[in-house]
Design a protein around this ligand. Structure first.
Ligand code: CDP
Length: 249
């Protein structure tokens, strides 16, 4: 955000550098159950972002001092691989990954029925294999699917997407250039059954009217992401049922 470029991010016809309209999200692909050893897993692509998520648990919480006698704790580790960006990213935990892990865990706590598993831990690993802006939203969207794939009871699954502003236009789902050189980036996640907002951040500046417009676009798009998450889970359950049917024969 706030970098400078001579690049035209949105042309006079309202078309963005990747050919999208201002209210268009990037293509999304979601596949559940991609890792055999995890309790639940998900692979997700949105535009050039590629994300893998693995869920383990509920299992005994380690380290023990983190145990909560009233509920499970959700431990999220968001990690951006060194090779995921064009400039090599220094491997390991940094302030940004700690912040993103914390806000994803807080969003998931709003839907996971943690009270069913006192003293347990639900461990969520999010690996960003390729990054092109919007990775926290992609990571949270994938994590919800992986938790559902693990069979962990949830009130709902959480879709996430960003809105923002570049070249004076309110945009849906910013790509890297729009994120780097635009005026605002606003990731949001919702609980679709209630439209409750479980993640909202704002980097940059927008007027109140622009923000309202951006949030309307992002909430509508989040409902579309939700349908893609549900379709991925339906495909996963259909393939499990088919395999079980075959082994019964
Ligand atoms: O990915 P997200 O939009 O959630 O977070 P960000 O901190 O706004 O980062 C935006 C983008 O900048 C990332 O998706 C990466 O493409 C890029 N980035 C990078 O190239 N190197 C970093 N150390 C961090 C981010």
């Amino acid at each position: 955000m706030s970098g400078h470029t001579d690049m035209v991010l949105v042309d006079e016809n309202g078309i963005r550098i990747d050919g999208r309209r201002v209210d268009e999200k990037r293509p999304i692909k979601i596949e559940a159950g991609v890792l055999k050893n995890a309790s639940g897993s998900c692979y997700l692509e949105i535009g050039k972002n590629k994300v893998l998520c693995a869920v383990y648990g509920p299992r005994e919480c380690r380290p023990r001092h983190l145990q909560d006698p009233t509920k499970a704790v959700i431990q999220v580790k968001y990690n951006m691989e060194a090779y995921s960006v064009t400039d090599r990213k220094r491997p390991g935990t940094d302030r940004r990954s700690v912040e993103i892990s914390k806000l994803i865990a807080e969003a998931l706590e709003c839907v996971v029925q943690t009270e069913l598993y006192p003293r347990a831990s639900i461990d969520v690993y999010i690996e960003i294999l390729q990054a092109n802006a919007g990775t926290r939203c992609a990571g949270l969207t994938a994590a919800s699917v992986a938790l559902a794939d693990a069979g962990i009871p949830m009130r709902d699954i959480v879709p996430a997407i960003a809105c923002g502003k570049a070249d004076g236009n309110v945009l849906l789902d910013l790509n890297k250039e729009e994120d780097n050189y635009g005026q605002a980036d606003v990731p949001i996640a919702i609980v679709p059954s209630t439209d409750e907002i479980v993640l909202l951040q704002m980097d940059g500046n927008m007027t109140r009217e622009e923000l309202d417009h951006g949030l309307d676009m992002a909430i509508a798009a989040a409902h579309e992401v939700y349908e893609i998450q549900r379709d991925a889970l339906k495909r996963r359950y259909a393939s499990i049922s088919k395999k079980e049917g075959e082994s019964d024969e």
